[in-house]
Structures are given as C-alpha cells and as structure tokens.
Ligand binder design. Structure first.
Ligand SMILES: Nc1ncnc2c1ncn2[C@@H]1O[C@H](COP(=O)(O)OP(=O)(O)OP(=O)(O)O)[C@@H](O)[C@H]1O
Length: 671
C-alpha cells in the first residue's frame, strides 16, 4: 500500500466535500469519492468497514457541529508539538548537562553502584515517582524482623502455645523499589540532582570461550548537578557509601572465592560476600586469658598504622601468620571471628579442598585481597598438601609395590625379589591396579594445590602484603615444617578441651541475662580488651581481664550486680535425668502421641549470685580436659533456659558421654 497516494487521494476529497458535506443529506457523493479513492488501495474486502466509518464520521460531525477533520488536525498538531518538545527537551537537557552541569558516571560493575542503589531505594521522593523498577529484596539471617508479627503467625497446637510458621514470610517481604531506566531528579542537601539510569550491552569475548552469552548487560548511573564542580556529587556518593556501611562496624563480612566464571573478571570479582554477621564479642570465646591477650596484642601491633614503614625500613615482608591448633570444637574458628570483630576486619575464607581452585587461582585470590583483612585457611591438615613428587621416586614406589607382593604359596609371608613383568605376563588384576594408580594420580593433579603452590601464594614474591593469615588445624604434627616456619606462622595458639573454669564460664555465658535482646546491643562492636595503643611496645605486663577462667571463685564477677536472669522452672521434677513418656492408647490400641513440650514451663527470676553458685557446681561435675567447649555448649543449648535442670542432668550426661567415648561410638546415647 502506497501511503503517499492515500494522502493525495483522500485529503483533496475530504477538502472538497467537507465544506458542503453537512448539507448533503444523503452524503453519498462524499462517501463515494472516499470509497473510490481508498478501495483500490485497501482492497474490496474493506468496503463495508469504510462505509461504516463514513457513516460514523458523518453522524459525529453533524452531531457536534464541527468538522471532524479539524479535530483530527488538532490531535495531530498536539502529537507533533509533543514530539518536538520532547526532542527539544532532550537536546536542551544534554546541552545543559554538557555545558552547565557536572557529571559523574557509576558503573554497575563497581561497588559504588550498590551503595547508590541502596540509598536511592530509601529516598521517599524517588520511591514515590511514577517510573520504578521493582526488585526482590533479599534478607539475611541477621536482618531485623518484627517479632510481634512473627508471634501472630504461631500455629496453635492443642489450643496451647505453638510453633512458629514461616510459610508466609516470603510472600510478606516487601519488594525493593528503585528508579527505573530513564531520567529522574531529586534533591539532596538543598541541591537539585539529576539521575540518568541507562543500560548498555557489553561484548564479553572471554565469556564465549566458556559457552556463555557473549553479551552481558551493564548499567550506568549518570549523576549530574548544576555547576562546573562535581564536588556535590562526590559528597552524595560519599554519603551513600557511609549509609551503606552504617552498621558495618557491628558486623563481620565473610567472603569466599567467587565462582570460576566470576573469577575470570579478576580483581574484586575474585571474592564474593557470603555472610554479614554480627561481630562475635571476644568475651564469648572462652580461652586462657594469657593466650587471648598475647594474640590480641600481637595482632594489634601488626595492624598499627606505623607498621608498614617499620617493616619496610627493616626489609621484613609485611605479613603475619597464626596457627590455631587443637581438638575439634575448641574455639579456633570462633577466635578468628572474634579477632576480626575486634579489629573491624573482613574475613576471607579459603578451602583448599575446593576442586575448582588451581594454584593460579590461589595466587590471584591472594593478590586481590584488600589492604587489611583476615585470611582464614581452615583445617589445613585435611588439604592433603604434598611436596611436589619426584617422578623417579613415584615410579620406584610402584615397583616396590611389586616387590612387596607377598608369597603365600607356602603359608608364610616372604618378600619376593623385584620382578619386571613383560606386557604378556599382565593379568586383569594388574591392569585394574595400574588404572587405579593412574586415576589416583590424575585426581591428585586435578585437586590442584600443592604445598609449594600454597607457600608461593602466601609469601611468594608476587603475594599480597598487609593481611593476617590464620590457619587452623586439628593435627599440627601432620603439617609440613615449611608451612609453619617462622615468617609463615609467627604465633601458635593451642586450644584444649574445656577446663573446669571454662565449663563454668560457658555455663554463665549461656544463662546470663540476654543483653542482646535489644538489637542495639547485639550490634554494638566488641570492646577491645587492650589498653590504649603504644606502637611497638612490649605486651602489657598484666593480663587484661577479658574473662575469668578461675573455677574456684564461687561467684562470677562478670555477673555480680547484673540484672536477674529469667529461667524456666520445671514444676514436675527439678532434676529429671530422662524424659518419661507415658503412652496412652485409643480403643483400637493405636498409640496417641504424647502432647508436645512447647516450653510451657513456669518462668521465674534467678538472682545472679545463685546462677554463679549453680555454675560452680556444674563445673565441678565436668572432668577437666575431657569435653570440648562445643560439646558442653551443645548440652547446655538443649537446656537453654533451665540452668537447674542442666545441673541436675549433667551427671548422667557426663557418665553416658564417657562411656560413649570409651566405646568410640559416634551415636550419642544421651543428649
Ligand atoms: N573456647 C570456646 N569458647 C566459646 N565457645 C566455643 C569455644 N569452643 C567452641 N565453642 C563453640 O563451639 C562451636 C564450634 O566452635 P569452633 O567452630 O570455633 O571450633 P573449632 O575449634 O574451629 O572446630 P573445628 O576444629 O572442628 O573447626 C561454636 O558454636 C562455638 O561457639
């Protein structure tokens, strides 16, 4: 269809007919001429439709007394004026932005983008704008929740207090709204800002090799303000960043190596945040005071702002390594987190067992660390780090395998002389063994990290300086000497199973008043137990009292004068060792399950002095050095609000656990 001929044909007809069309009672001449013009263009099948339009056109025109052509012309004019205004506005906007405004671009590949988006999402005037993008807001385990609302969701069981039910939580979580793609404006500190959010497709050549899409979307925020100085925008970005990290000092951010696909982009893409948890107060880690003070002051000295110069002047690499060793569940990881909390550092956790991790990756990960941070290599003994093997020696080991093949023909185990088999002598079992051996060595190669690879990453010439490295292990004797030589490990901290003093301290910590019930105190950073910093001074002469480890004191100074503790009182039996369940049966002998114990016990206040007394009694029943703090914590957690019950049941628990440990069984007979 030729649009020009349509215009040329239809408009003259409209013009000639419109003047007398209102008087044309039949209107046939006008309609016919329109139809004659349009039918060849549109086709005969549209004739009935055209006739209908003509009738409506005439009826509408005669009804309002205005020629509809004028209305159409007016609508067209408004539309064109709008288009011209849009164009003019964009031209003026881009000209004013270019000549009269300062601009700052923020790319979505940078952290500032996330700071800015979080700030924008909290601006009421922007969130009330008409053009928004909705996003699912993710919540972490430590984000605040409305406790009252959760209480409403409790399911009643047998008409009594019930279980929490979170099935509707996801549905109730409000989405997050941010300004949509396009141009927006807002005011900040009395100044007008313009925000242009736009999207660009980036060609990613490296992605092609990994079978991924070659294009990826990248967003750009262009922030503008009037004036030739970008200073107000810098202040805005700084403000957004500060807002983003408002509660950061009360949180410890945990990062792990990003996925292999992300690591390709290098730099900060090597690491991904996996958690942002409240700081672990140092007082919650039950450890010998002297050890705690030693590691705290050592790390404090190392992290002193004057340290880099001091180390550089003496040609010493700016690195500090710690080895935390001891049985499982004795607080090695806990202390690492508490230390990160005290110094406000992020934790970077690397698992050397990650099969996707190569030595080059490890090097890149260490290179991408921030200036100050804690790197945690957990259970380093299980990583199977080996010195690179001499191929000759590995070959000899396989021949020695042959050599040690027992000769059982005469019933005695003698060692045969080494014998080289020709290929003809090979049996199926030999082949299987050989394949297994090759498979095993392949697997070892794939696992990727050798001891030299790790040493190179942690203190090779290209490795990062400034970090604190903490390695934890259950078996220090299994570690290679090279890994723990001074310079790589500067301080060793031994962890042991709980002493009676530590058992008492754990007990008190479990039942002391919950100061963290208010979120403010939960988020308060742990006070550093160190005295004011003196650079490169000797360690403080007197150990700082972070927690008392003495078991003889009948009362705990940390809780004297504290508010009373709310504890549960089991009315039926003050010290029940086992839970007796009476089984009721129905008429058809089907057992009716016993009613659930949903913490319906009566609550009462306990004086701190009494709690301290019970704690001392509890500790006296714990054999020193037999149970890890984690085991004791597990026992107490099951009697979370019932210290008297814990005291009553601990004797039976200790006896059952000792018997279990002697048998070496893994299944607990008592909990
Ligand atoms: N010394 C301690 N003080 C306070 N809590 C402790 C202590 N030791 C262990 N716990 C508790 O036991 C649990 C396990 O502790 P953690 O992970 O720190 O032990 P670990 O020594 O690192 O264990 P593993 O060697 O198995 O990694 C944690 O919940 C922690 O709170």
């Amino acid at each position: 269809m030729d649009f020009n001929s349509l215009i040329r044909g239809a408009l003259p007809a409209l013009a000639t007919n419109s003047s007398h069309e209102a008087n044309d009672s039949a209107g046939n001449g006008f309609q016919d001429s329109i139809l004659e013009t349009l039918t060849p263009l549109l086709g005969f099948q549209f004739n009935p439709l055209l006739r209908l339009c003509m009738v409506l056109y005439n009826t509408f025109g005669s009804h309002i007394g205005i020629d509809p052509a004028y209305i159409l012309t007016a609508v067209g004019f408004v539309w064109a004026a709008n288009k011209v205004w849009d164009h003019l506005y964009m031209t003026l906007y881009s000209m004013s932005r270019q000549y009269f405004m300062a601009n700052v671009q923020v790319s979505s590949t940078d952290d500032i983008y996330f700071h800015m988006m979080k700030w924008l999402a909290a601006q009421p005037n922007l969130v009330d704008s008409r053009s928004l993008a909705a996003e699912t807001a993710s919540t972490g385990a430590w984000d605040e929740e409305d406790e009252n609302e959760l209480q409403m969701e409790r399911i009643l069981v047998d008409g009594a207090d019930g279980f929490f039910n979170f099935s509707t939580q996801e549905a109730k979580a409000a989405p997050r709204f941010t300004p949509a793609l396009g141009v927006h404006s807002f005011w900040f500190r009395g100044r007008y800002f313009s925000l242009h959010r736009k999207q660009e497709a980036l060609f990613d050549a490296a992605a092609a090799g990994h079978g991924m899409s070659q294009f990826k979307d990248k967003e750009i925020l262009v922030l503008s303000c009037f004036g030739r100085s970008p200073e107000p925008i810098k202040q805005l970005l700084q403000h957004a960043k500060e807002q983003f990290y408002t509660d950061h000092q009360a949180k410890t951010t945990v990062r792990r190596p990003a996925s292999q696909a992300m690591r390709r982009y290098g730099g900060r893409h090597n690491w991904q945040q996996v958690a942002n948890r409240p700081v672990r107060p140092m007082g919650t880690v039950v450890l010998d005071d002297e050890q705690k003070t030693r590691v705290l002051s050592d790390m404090n000295e190392y992290l002193h702002p004057a340290s880099p110069r001091w180390y550089a002047n003496r040609g010493i690499p700016l690195r500090r390594g710690y080895l935390f060793h001891g049985p499982p569940g004795t607080g090695k990881t806990s202390l690492s987190f508490a230390l990160a909390g005290v110094f406000g550092l992020d934790i970077y956790v690397i698992s050397l067992l990650d099969p996707s991790l190569t030595e080059e990756d490890l090097l890149a990960l260490f290179t991408a660390l921030p200036r100050r941070c804690v790197v945690l290599l957990e259970d380093i003994d299980t990583a199977g780090l080996q010195r690179a093997q001499d191929p000759a020696s590995s070959g000899s080991s396989s021949s020695s395998e042959d050599a040690e093949e027992p000769d059982t023909s005469n019933g005695t185990k003698t060692t045969k002389k080494p014998r080289h088999k020709s290929k003809k002598d090979w049996k199926v079992s030999d082949l299987a063994r050989e394949l297994k051996r090759q498979g095993g060595s392949d697997a070892a190669e794939k696992k990727g990290i050798s001891l030299s690879g790790l040493l190179n990453a942690i203190d090779g010439v290209a490795s990062h300086e400034g970090r604190v490295l903490i390695m934890t292990t259950n078996k220090p004797e299994a570690l290679d000497d090279a890994l723990i030589r001074p310079g790589r490990v500067d301080l060793q901290v031994a962890f042991t199973n709980a002493t009676q003093g530590q058992a008492r301290e754990l007990f008190v910590r479990m039942y002391e008043p919950d100061s963290s019930s208010t979120s403010a105190s939960l988020l308060r950073p742990a006070p550093s137990p160190l005295p004011p910093l003196t650079p490169f001074s000797d360690p403080p002469p007197t150990p700082v009292s972070t927690a008392s480890s003495s078991s003889s004191a009948p009362t705990d100074p940390s809780i004297s004068g504290a508010t009373e503790v709310e504890v549960e009182v089991d009315d039926t039996d003050p010290f029940p060792h086992t839970t007796t369940t009476t089984t009721t049966t129905t008429s058809n002998n089907k057992p009716i399950p016993p009613p659930l114990n949903l913490n319906l016990n009566r609550k009462e206040k306990m004086h701190p002095a009494e709690l301290a007394h019970i704690a001392a009694q509890f500790a006296a029943k714990i054999p020193p050095g037999l149970f890890s703090p984690a085991e004791l914590q597990g026992f107490l957690l099951k009697r979370k609000k019932a210290p008297r019950r814990a005291l009553g049941e601990v004797g039976g628990w200790v006896a059952a656990m000792v018997a279990g440990k002697m048998k070496g069984g893994k299944v607990l007979g008592v909990q």
